[in-house]
Design a protein. Structure first.
Lengths: 644, 593
């Protein structure tokens, strides 16, 4: 049966295939004539810099800084120039050609295929011609932006300039190479630095407005270590929307790009990082050590260029652009409440658009099943494994379910599937442990579980809303629709730091979830009463179990805060402390802590953020602590749930 | 009217008889004898003898017309009603008998003839003309009166108040804001008060350089009569052939040469207006006063909602000794705007300076009449070669500014040099007097072109705004693009003409004019589509920091944006004035508020 919720999607084309059959050198040196923005006045990277430095915006801020600090104008001007120098890209075709050559070699070794939707490429080409374009790829790997540029070069599209974190610059040679391939570098934090912000935003806007190149950045701000989309950051999105809102361009096209890796290069690193092994500092020598990855098989990559989203149509009937009429546009102003919420909503929409076109491989579903199975076995204190046949049956069931929910599945033929399962099972088994302490054994096991979870997480967006509903039905005091809605709304609110849930869209999400469950025959609604059907139990069971690890994670954090947190706990100390607490409890088998996943620092940080947001926890002078008296509904609820 | 005939300086002996429709089109623009048409060879011709273009063949127009709009001479849409008005289609008048009786006793001419009434039921908005061409008439005035002087107006207004009759003042009828449309919900008898017979210059004061003029006088007559005495007002709106002094005051009009002479608010020294509460006027003619808010500003822009302007004292100037046209070609519109901005910064704008964008430059080019001498066409070719090949201007990007200098000869030449020097800094090349002059001549014939378009499935209109300098380029780009996008979204099958020009410069900004036209073949309700697009374009203008109107006024067409434009309190202020001056809404055209 067909899908209930099925967006139409394009077909893929493998771009590595041609690379395997023809000369990489010729490919790297071929004639490259991209379609450019129709109103582009060609300018060199150096001219761009002087445009920025001479802009009204920057001159205004320089003046302001002079007045505030008493520094001389030329001193501040020089500082601005230095900031720009540190930031600016030096995009040149020769470097791109170099990468085109070397990356062809690397990609062919690492990946079986790189699949791109060519219709998306055509749409992008059209968009680049018509309006300034912003490329918004999902971010799972360092590979992302080189891969993007590589694809755009392959299809003769304008090469993007890419906002990259300053940490890359620490790698001397590589940093410079990236700079020459279009990366520009921004500091991770520059809180109150007016001058820095002005240079940065003006630089991005100038490139965008003139159509110099598509501007590329990552909405999620950083690589997601969990393969779950991250809450979008708004800074850059604000900047690229500004020229439209102020009428400096007719429109801006935002193009979400979904990059799905079969296996992420950094996979093992991420799990360790989440468990507290700090992320290695980026260095060139580190990169060379990492070359051993070249001997492994990372499967295929799917890159889906989504439908361009017009900022103009997003803003229609949402933003009153007249608000910019009364103050000169070059004077920096904090965006008003309406602009902020508009940008925020747009950001969520775009991340959802990324999620929607993520290609799911069979492992993603298998990992979901195996994790659930693993936990069930743990509860039953059984050590037996799942029979392959049984797993296959469940996988087929889940495949059909996820298709109905609109998942973008890439499902190979059955025979292949069986072998795929085997590969995955191998992963799940992990290496035999030769460690001594139980703590180390636990952490080793957790690495495997978290790696597995990172596969499951890729499918979360498919099941999230029905899963929230399933959990809501499960926890609500009655099956009355309003009752269930309240419970749904509560869960959704609590998890809004954890998953991509658009603010203010509770009703839509609830309706979407009801629609899916009803249409797929899992649920009936009789006169405001929810009735789970015979076959619906399996679905709802699966869905509820999907959220369980998260729920337990939030509970354990609450418990920690109530029982174990000392006075004067800083946010920085929070993660190690809660980790210690969890390890102790798991090892003593206390309080039925089933899910090793709760060791993930991502989960812990998200739950802390949620508790802060909900007012259950507060920050006082940099210390975190439970509010006294603790009146938060959320808090009580989590504790009650645990008791029951 | 109790006035000595000898004291009158000038009487408009022109054409403004009571039956205006005898020399003017009733369902199109301007004089009946002047119109464009395609002759048997498919060449465009302009008929009549009134304009420089009259009687000439315009060889380039057909190609431009067909390629710009995708129109074809094979697909015609002539007006469906013959030029002689079919009066049976017009609703019979609703007359207030008591009012009519008393009015008749005053001897003021009046009529309830269908032709007279229909002629005064509209301005020149696209939807108004389109409906007339289709023979559709909505609510029209029930009666027309022609007062001959101020006192006649006083009597009419008194009687209207007494009998509760709705009055709609009518001057030249060139409104493009639906200001003359009769409110369909009006149940009272509607009387159109035609000021055309009040067309005398009552006196000229050479010591103070002022003239006292009856408000019904039409622009071209006012200038001609003053010229006979060696003076001018210098107020030249594009509509000056037909628009009236009273209309200028009531809409806050702007003239092409405002850089030298000022806009209407700068020209007016004294105004007399008849309102239901009586006559409003100031007691002296001091050049400036500090006597609270200037009551002239309640009158200027009141759009016929408060009363009838009957007499105006205006500044006059000696006629300029010397006039010189000019033009400058710029490599692109951006450079052109930068040049105009610099000219404004240095406050050295000539009497008129206008910048056309590339599309309009091409349009102007298509309107070049056939040249008789081979030498001229050779020179044209040479000029084109020089600009595009030698100077490397892209013919698809270049744009032209037209200039008009006025004053004594020496100063004009000096001024000219100054402006050309500034232009050179922005890559501008002097492109001759001829191009400049033709540019200005076209402003008078362009309105006739719309009628030609309407014969071939093409409808269009212009609209204007004023905007700060830093927004000029952005608003031009965005509004033009918005028009194109809206046309596409609304199902227009052919790409529209969407073009603009900067027509006035000020210290703090500029006036921008947009022209927009499209081929409506395949659309079931073209006027509705047109209105939707224009509406969207106005929203775009406002969102880009443009004003609701620079000089066309609000009328009923742009009323919906008034509150946002002048704030709730501002609306309250205007409303309270209306409530005091005209509590029974005698001047019930429902413009503005």
């Amino acid at each position: 049966n067909g899908s209930v919720f099925y967006p139409k999607r394009d077909d893929f084309e493998d771009i590595l295939e041609e690379r395997r059959n023809s000369s990489d050198l010729r490919y790297a040196l071929r004639c490259y004539i991209p379609v450019l923005y129709k109103e582009l006045t060609p300018c060199k990277a150096s001219e761009l810099k002087s445009m920025v430095l001479q802009s009204d915006q920057l001159r205004y801020v320089i003046n302001q800084v002079c007045k505030e600090t008493g520094m001389a104008a030329d001193e501040v001007q020089a500082e601005a120039a230095a900031i720009l120098e540190e930031m600016a890209h030096r995009l040149q075709l020769s470097t791109i050609r170099f990468f085109a050559f070397t990356l062809s070699k690397v990609f062919k070794t690492l990946f079986r295929s790189i699949c791109v939707n060519e219709e998306g490429i055509q749409r992008l080409q059209q968009a680049i011609h018509e309006h300034p374009v912003v490329l918004l790829p999902s971010h799972r790997s360092y590979m992302d932006f080189l891969l993007m540029s590589y694809i755009l070069y392959t299809y003769d599209l304008a090469l993007p300039v890419i906002a990259a974190g300053m940490d890359f610059m620490a790698m001397k040679f590589v940093g410079e190479m990236l700079r020459m391939s279009g990366a520009f570098f921004i500091r991770r934090s520059f809180g109150g630095d007016k001058l820095y912000w002005a240079v940065f935003s003006e630089y991005v806007k100038t490139m965008l407005k003139n159509g110099f190149a598509p501007v590329e950045f990552f909405l999620e701000g950083t690589r997601s270590r969990t393969c779950k989309s991250l809450t979008p950051k708004l800074g850059l999105l604000n900047i690229v929307m500004d020229p439209f809102l102020k009428g400096e361009v007719f429109d801006v096209s935002l193009v979400p790009v979904s990059i799905s890796y079969e296996r992420i290069l950094e996979e093992a690193l991420y799990a360790r990082e989440l468990l507290g092994v700090p992320k290695p500092k980026e260095s060139t020598s580190g990169l060379f050590k990492a070359r051993k990855v070249l001997s492994e098989d990372y499967g295929s990559i799917h890159v889906y260029f989504g439908q361009p989203v017009s900022v103009r149509s997003l803003a229609q009937n949402r933003v009153d652009r007249c608000q910019f009429n009364l103050i000169p546009r070059h004077i920096p102003r904090k965006p008003g409440e309406d602009i902020h919420s508009f940008v925020n909503d747009s950001a969520y929409r775009l991340v959802r658009a990324q999620e929607e076109n993520m290609v799911l491989k069979p492992w993603v579903l298998l990992a979901s099943l195996l994790l659930q199975n693993h936990h069930q076995m743990q509860v039953a204190e059984q050590k037996q494994e799942m029979a392959l046949d049984e797993l296959t049956e469940q996988a087929v069931w889940l495949r059909d379910l996820s298709r109905q929910y609109g998942a973008f599945l890439h499902w190979p033929g059955t025979v292949q599937a069986q072998s795929s399962f085997k590969t995955l099972l191998k992963i799940n088994h992990g290496e035999p442990c030769s460690t001594v302490t139980p703590e180390e054994e636990l952490l080793n096991q957790a690495v495997i579980i978290l790696s597995c979870a990172s596969y499951r997480n890729q499918a979360l967006h498919i099941f999230l809303r029905p899963a929230l509903l399933a959990s809501a039905i499960h926890t609500a005091s009655s099956s009355n629709k309003q009752e269930v809605y309240n419970s749904f709304s509560f869960l959704r609110n609590m998890f809004s730091n954890e998953f991509i849930l658009c603010p203010g869209a509770t009703v839509q999400d609830f309706e979407e979830a009801c629609y899916l469950l009803v249409k797929t025959g899992a649920l009936q609604i009789n006169q405001q009463e929810f009735v789970v059907t015979e076959r619906g139990h399996r679905t709802l069971g699966f869905l509820t179990r999907m959220l369980d690890p998260f729920l337990q994670g939030y509970q354990v954090v609450c418990r920690f805060l109530c029982e174990d947190a000392t006075e004067g706990l800083t946010e920085k100390q929070f993660v190690p402390a809660v980790r210690k607490f969890i390890i102790r409890h798991i090892l003593t088998g206390f309080c039925r802590l089933r899910y090793t996943e709760v060791l993930s620092s991502d989960l812990q940080k998200n739950s802390l953020a949620a508790l802060l947001r909900l007012g259950a926890v507060q920050k006082l002078k940099g210390y975190v602590g439970v509010c006294h008296p603790c009146t938060s509904v959320c808090f009580d609820w989590l504790r009650q749930k645990q008791a029951s | 009217c109790g006035r000595q005939p000898g004291s009158i300086v000038g009487v408009s002996n022109h054409i403004w008889q009571i039956k205006r429709q005898e020399i003017m089109k009733w369902n199109g623009w301007g004089y009946s004898d002047s119109r464009f048409f395609f002759n048997k060879k498919g060449q465009a011709e302009f008929t009549g003898r009134r304009y420089r273009l009259s009687g000439l063949i315009i060889p380039g127009l057909k190609d431009w017309f067909e390629s710009t709009f995708g129109a074809s001479l094979q697909h015609k849409t002539p007006a469906t009603v013959s030029p002689i008005l079919n009066s049976s289609a017009v609703q019979p008048p609703t007359l207030n008998e008591a009012f009519v009786e008393e009015l008749k006793s005053t001897g003021i001419p009046l009529s309830h003839d269908a032709e007279d009434r229909v002629f005064r039921a509209h301005g020149h908005c696209l939807h108004e003309i389109f409906a007339l061409r289709e023979g559709k008439f909505g609510r029209v005035p029930d009666m027309v009166v022609w007062p001959n002087c101020h006192n006649d107006v006083v009597k009419i207004v008194e009687l209207a108040c007494k009998h509760n009759v709705c009055l709609i003042p009518y001057g030249g009828g060139t409104s493009v804001s639906s200001a003359l449309e009769c409110p369909p919900e009006e149940t009272r008898s509607i009387v159109s008060l035609d000021t055309s017979q009040m067309n005398r210059i009552l006196w000229i004061d050479e010591k103070n350089l002022t003239a006292h003029v009856e408000a019904g006088i039409v622009g071209q007559d006012l200038e001609r009569l003053l010229n006979e005495s060696g003076y001018c007002t210098g107020h030249e709106p594009d509509s000056m052939e037909f628009s009236s002094l009273g209309g200028w005051v009531a809409t806050r009009a702007s003239g092409m040469k405002k850089n030298v002479y000022g806009n209407i608010e700068d020209l007016v020294v004294h105004v007399k207006m008849v309102t239901p509460q009586g006559v409003i006027e100031k007691s002296c003619q001091g050049p400036r006063m500090s006597t609270g808010p200037d009551v002239h500003h309640f009158i200027m822009g009141s759009e016929g909602t408060l009363g009838v302007v009957t007499e105006v004292t205006m500044k006059i100037r000696p006629m300029p000794e010397y006039q010189k046209y000019g033009s400058v070609v710029f490599p692109n519109f951006e450079q052109g705007v930068a040049c105009l901005r610099e000219v404004a910064r240095q406050r050295c704008a000539p009497a008129s300076i206008r910048l056309m964008d590339n599309e309009q430059f091409k349009f102007g080019h298509a309107l070049k009449p056939q040249v008789s001498s081979i030498f001229t066409s050779f020179l044209d070719g040479l000029k084109k070669f020089y600009i595009t090949k030698f100077k490397g201007f892209d013919p698809n990007r270049l744009c032209v500014a037209t200039l008009l200098f006025e004053g004594d000869r020496e100063k004009v030449l000096q001024h000219e040099k100054q402006v050309y020097d500034i232009a050179a800094k922005f890559g501008g090349l002097a492109a001759g007097e001829d191009n400049g002059q033709r540019g200005y001549m076209l402003t008078f014939v362009i309105a006739y072109l719309r009628d030609l378009g309407m014969d071939y499935y093409v409808i269009g209109e212009s609209f204007e705004t004023s905007v700060p300098w830093d927004r000029v380029l952005d608003i031009c780009r965005n509004v033009k693009a918005r028009i194109i996008r809206e046309c596409k979204d609304k199902g227009v099958q052919f790409s529209p003409l969407s073009t603009c020009r900067v027509t006035q410069t000020y210290d703090a900004g500029a006036c921008v004019y947009f022209y927009f036209a499209f081929n409506y073949r395949g659309l079931s309700d073209p006027v509705h589509v047109y209105e939707q697009v224009e509406h969207a374009a106005r929203e775009e203008i406002l969102a880009n920091g443009g004003s609701l109107s620079h000089h066309h006024g609000v009328g009923k067409l742009r009323k919906e944006w008034m509150r946002d434009t002048i704030s709730k309190v501002g609306m309250g202020m205007l409303k309270s004035v209306k409530d005091y001056v005209d509590p029974n809404n005698i001047f019930g055209n429902r413009n503005l508020l």
